[in-house]
Unconditional design. Structure first.
Length: 690
């Protein structure tokens, strides 16, 4: 028997981006473990990725190209050859492109976070073709925009420093389920005497293990941050020297914060005055004593109408109290911009002959149903889906399904499994998993460049995304040299080697070691140096004013809430959020039997008072509905959900739900205040016994 250990990287949409060690025996991957030497991973994997061999060798893996033989959505296919598949796709795309290439739309997101199998060869192909661009907004663009207006770039506290903090605010996230290696650091800080405070409408697994849980109303985080500012300023819990040297617009901020008394804040957020005041005093008081105070703000905060502003407001807090002076202080939303990425070289936008339109992935339901017009451009005639499952994950799902069901829409799907989206494909192509191809990764939760080596040969006839787009480019006569680059040649260009942060980047050595830390300071803004136009933390942002936004921190109420839309709330009085289930990662892993068995079935958490009013008992089947649609789930009557809120942990594949639907039946295509992002947690519903 021949045994080897291969260095790999978890590719999934998670800030942890774990370093993996894959044990291979006679060409078969038998075990996937966390690398104990990688400082962030520390040998620990989540429940999902620890099952990676089960996913790779799953009995339902797609292993051959197929074409549709039934109606769209039936999921009936027959096997074809790769030659037939590539010929069919190239012929159909060529025919559409001869009329208007913008009628072709790529649809992808973070099924892999890798630069090679993500947007490299695929982007080159669609740029050369002249297809529509895709605005990839579905997860993080609102918060990212708000953060960048304030801080200048998505750079923040190194996750490895959080264990040294004395107070940690975990704001809008459930890291036990979705950021395990941050949670390990937070637990170590707790053992060293730190206080952990969770701010979340729902008492999640994480909130249960914190010292305090503040259960504010969904979509009111921006107001809570303003209320904290009010108390910090009124009680002089500030670092005046840091404010003077390294911030812009404190005078205007002071006037704005004066409007947000603890009483107004408490009423808006649905919490007590004492909670507002005490939170600010704990945060500002610890900083005043010279203790590191840190905020881990996550993307739950930004999935509402005012989500970008909410992240902006929270991002102002560390500068007010001088938290950035400490390596273990400050805030982390994302570390994405710490990496000197090279998208121009990887994606080659210079291949575009003219600037095409941009389709927002979050409004694909509406856009697939639009006719040609001067404002919209050509009707969408072809969709190529890779690294995504929009029929399950895109909002207002009934419209998404209606669009995908169009018989005149030519749809190609690259996938590992026959997902909800794959059921609507005309041509279905088998993709390799992370164990079967080469890739290189940055992260959005730590500071290591990461390599992924192929551990095993592709199963069946599966091909990497890069190879599929190389074959299509060749068949369509695209002869630019970039279409002949190997995966290793692409990976070697992923980071800018003339940037001081990656001055030591070398692909061959990175492949051998598996990971390498950026050359980055321990405390990125200890002495200012923010990446804003002023070089300061901008409480007042001229860029926001130029974009038609309020240049100061503000509160933007939800599209749908009892307070902001009382007429709608008479019909649909319950707010609903659908955060990630612990055993799934977005819609990945839902088909792994052991993980689905652990998760159980689609369920809805309801407060006892809300359940009693509707005659609903624990375990009852309930129908959750609004004007957009409905879905069925099993009620769990629990005070984990605050009164007036229901929580449906997600995202289930529709085909594994009794009624063939999931939580996105009721979510909206309305967008956020900035970043054009979806408002998944900005939803009103009614619930009745099914």
């Amino acid at each position: 028997m021949t045994t080897s250990i291969v260095r790999a990287t978890c590719p999934h949409d998670c800030p942890d981006t774990c370093a993996l060690l894959v044990t291979v025996e006679d060409g078969v991957a038998v075990q996937v473990k966390g690398d104990p030497d990688h400082p962030t991973t520390a040998g620990v994997l989540c429940t999902k990725v620890s099952k990676y061999t089960e996913r790779t060798y799953h009995k339902d893996r797609l292993l051959h190209p197929m074409k549709r033989v039934g109606r769209k959505g039936e999921g009936r296919f027959e096997r074809i050859t790769w030659d037939e598949a590539i010929d069919t796709i190239a012929s159909r795309l060529g025919e559409i492109a001869s009329g208007n290439p913008q009628a072709i739309v790529p649809y992808s997101y973070a099924g892999t976070m890798g630069f090679v199998q993500g947007e490299s060869m695929a982007a080159r192909f669609f740029h050369k073709l002249g297809a529509s661009l895709l605005d990839r907004t579905i997860c993080a663009s609102a918060g990212g925009e708000g953060y960048k207006y304030t801080i200048g770039a998505r750079i923040g506290t190194d996750v490895e420093q959080f264990q040294n903090a004395k107070l940690i605010l975990i704001w809008g996230g459930n890291p036990i389920a979705s950021n395990l290696h941050f949670w390990m650091r937070a637990q170590e800080a707790k053992r060293r005497g730190a206080k952990l405070i969770a701010i979340d409408p729902y008492r999640s697994l994480t909130a249960e293990k914190c010292h305090q849980h503040i259960a504010l109303l969904p979509g009111t985080d921006a107001a809570l941050a303003l209320g904290m500012m009010h108390v910090l300023i009124a009680e002089d819990l500030l670092d005046c020297d840091y404010i003077e040297q390294h911030t812009l617009g404190f005078g205007q901020l002071k006037e704005r914060a004066a409007e947000w008394t603890p009483e107004r804040t408490a009423q808006t957020c649905g919490i007590s005055v004492e909670e507002v005041v005490q939170l600010a005093r704990e945060y500002g008081g610890a900083a005043k004593r010279g203790e590191p105070v840190a905020i881990r703000v996550n993307y739950g905060v930004q999935r509402v109408h005012g989500g970008g502003m909410a992240v902006r407001n929270i991002a102002c807090l560390p500068a007010l109290v001088g938290a950035w002076r400490h390596a273990a202080g400050g805030i982390q939303l994302s570390s994405s911009d710490s990496f000197p990425k090279n998208p121009q070289v990887l994606q080659r936008p210079d291949l575009l002959k003219e600037q095409p339109r941009t389709i927002n992935m979050s409004t694909i339901g509406d856009d697939l149903l639009r006719e040609s017009s001067q404002a919209f451009g050509p009707k969408i005639e072809a969709l190529v889906v890779y690294n995504s499952n929009p029929v399950a994950v895109a909002p207002e799902s009934a419209k998404v399904v209606q669009g995908f069901a169009r018989e005149d829409l030519f749809t190609v799907v690259l996938e590992h499994f026959q997902t909800d989206t794959a059921d609507y494909a005309d041509i279905l192509l088998p993709a390799t998993t992370q164990l079967e191809h080469v890739d290189i990764h940055s992260t959005y939760g730590h500071l290591y460049m990461m390599a992924n080596n192929a551990a095993i040969a592709p199963l069946g006839e599966a091909k990497p995304n890069t190879e599929v787009f190389r074959l299509l480019a060749a068949r369509m006569g695209f002869d630019d040299p970039c279409f002949h680059e190997s995966d290793d040649e692409i990976a070697a260009q992923a980071f800018k080697r003339d940037d001081v942060r990656a001055i030591h980047f070398d692909w061959d050595s990175l492949k051998r070691k598996g990971w390498q830390k950026l050359n980055a300071p321990d405390a990125p803004f200890a002495h200012g140096g923010f990446l804003t136009p002023s070089g300061k933390c901008e409480f007042y942002s001229a860029k926001m004013k130029a974009a038609g936004l309020d240049p100061l921190p503000a509160y933007i109420p939800p599209h749908e809430s009892v307070a902001s839309n009382p007429a709608l709330a008479k019909k649909y009085p319950l707010a609903m959020i659908s955060p990630p289930a612990r055993n799934f990662l977005n819609s990945s892993f839902v088909n792994v039997q052991s993980l689905r068995d652990t998760e159980g079935e689609p369920h809805l958490d309801m407060h006892p008072s809300d359940a009693d009013e509707r005659g609903i008992g624990d375990g009852d089947a309930v129908r959750i509905y609004n004007d957009r649609g409905s879905f069925i789930a099993k009620a769990r009557v629990t005070d984990k959900a605050r009164r007036g809120l229901v929580v449906g942990l997600s995202i289930w594949w529709k085909k594994f739900a009794a009624d063939g639907k999931n939580a996105n039946e009721v979510t909206s295509q309305q967008l956020t205040d900035m970043g054009n992002a979806p408002t998944f947690y900005d939803v009103l519903v009614q619930v009745e016994k099914a």
